[in-house]
Write a protein that binds this ligand. Sequence first.
Ligand code: ZN
Length: 95
Amino acid sequence: MAADGPIRTCIGCRARRSQPDLVRFHLDEHARLRVGRTGPGRGAWLCGDQTARCLASALRANAFARAFGREPDRASLPSHGVDWPSIERQLVAPS
Ligand SMILES: [Zn+2]
């Protein structure tokens, strides 16, 4: 595996991968779940090539709360089974 950039652990499947292969999540100032490389605070990471699957695992395991050290706003969490592209559009923070 090419070592380009820091290694992060996917909170869904626990795979350790380099940052470019992962999608970064964070909480905004209202504790709403957001997607983005540059958001404030602690990040949580999910595999970029199977994000929907790892997201479902992370939601089941309550992994976001553990990764962030606080509870995300429940209303901001995507429900299971929604396709990832539409979740991503919904979660990307307005610039
Ligand atoms: Zn994963």
